[in-house]
Design a protein around this ligand. Structure first.
Ligand code: OGA
Ligand code: MN
Length: 207
């Protein structure tokens, strides 16, 4: 086993423990540096041309609503170098989670997101009970030297929305995972350009 896969296995095990224990998991420097660099460059390159206003809702009900979220996004395909590298890492994580937690994770979807100055995403959930689809959410941050004054933190709330469980700084190489149906969350207004990747692991064949 090479160094990278040993290192991944260590992080993947920490994620398993956290998901079992509390339903969410946060890790700094979780990804190989080369991968974060490649993704970060791709996001910044594509932001000018390939990103579009993010929607809310699903399928035919998808609408752009700047009161709810004002970021721009670009879906990641696995037909380019950074996409192949990204989904290789994500699939390794998925396999590990399926092996250890029997989550039956199937389809994976990922998009880059770009929050410009002032952009935010109001409190929301990524999935709702009874519409089994998105089971696990993961956000990966691509911002070197993010400072406290730059805002843009992710707040994760308890299921009843009553209190903030944790606040995540969107720093370079940090990942956060949480059970999609359990945790309302919001992105506070960013004070400068904020880049991330949102990823969802779906369970297939459940309705
Ligand atoms: C999302 C989301 C959080 C973040 O895209 O659904 O909640 O920190 N993103 O970017
Ligand atoms: Mn979300």
């Amino acid at each position: 086993m090479d160094f990278e896969s040993q290192n991944n296995t260590h992080i993947f095990e920490l994620i398993v423990d956290d998901i079992v224990g509390k339903g969410y998991s946060i890790h700094e420097n979780a990804l190989p540096i080369n991968l974060v660099t490649e993704l970060s460059e791709a996001a910044r390159l594509l932001a000018g041309t390939h990103f579009k206003a993010a929607g809310v809702g699903r399928d035919a009900g998808l609408v752009v609503n700047h009161q709810i979220r004002s970021d721009n996004i670009c879906w990641i395909a696995d037909d380019c170098n950074y996409g192949i590298a990204w989904f290789k890492w994500v699939e390794a994580l998925k396999l590990h989670l399926n092996r250890r937690l029997f989550l039956g994770l199937g389809e994976v979807e990922s998009h880059f997101a770009h929050y410009r100055q002032g952009d935010f995403y109001q409190k929301h959930k990524d999935a709702f009970h009874g519409q089994a689809n998105r089971v696990l959410s993961m956000v990966t941050y691509l911002n070197p030297d993010w400072r406290e004054v730059d805002g843009g933190e992710l707040l994760i709330y308890s299921d009843d929305s009553d209190h903030i469980l944790t606040k995540v700084t969107p720093s370079w190489g940090t990942i956060v995972l949480f059970l999609s149906e359990e945790f309302p969350h919001e992105v506070l207004p960013a004070k400068c350009d904020r880049y991330s990747i949102a990823t969802w692991f779906r369970q297939t064949n459940i309705s």
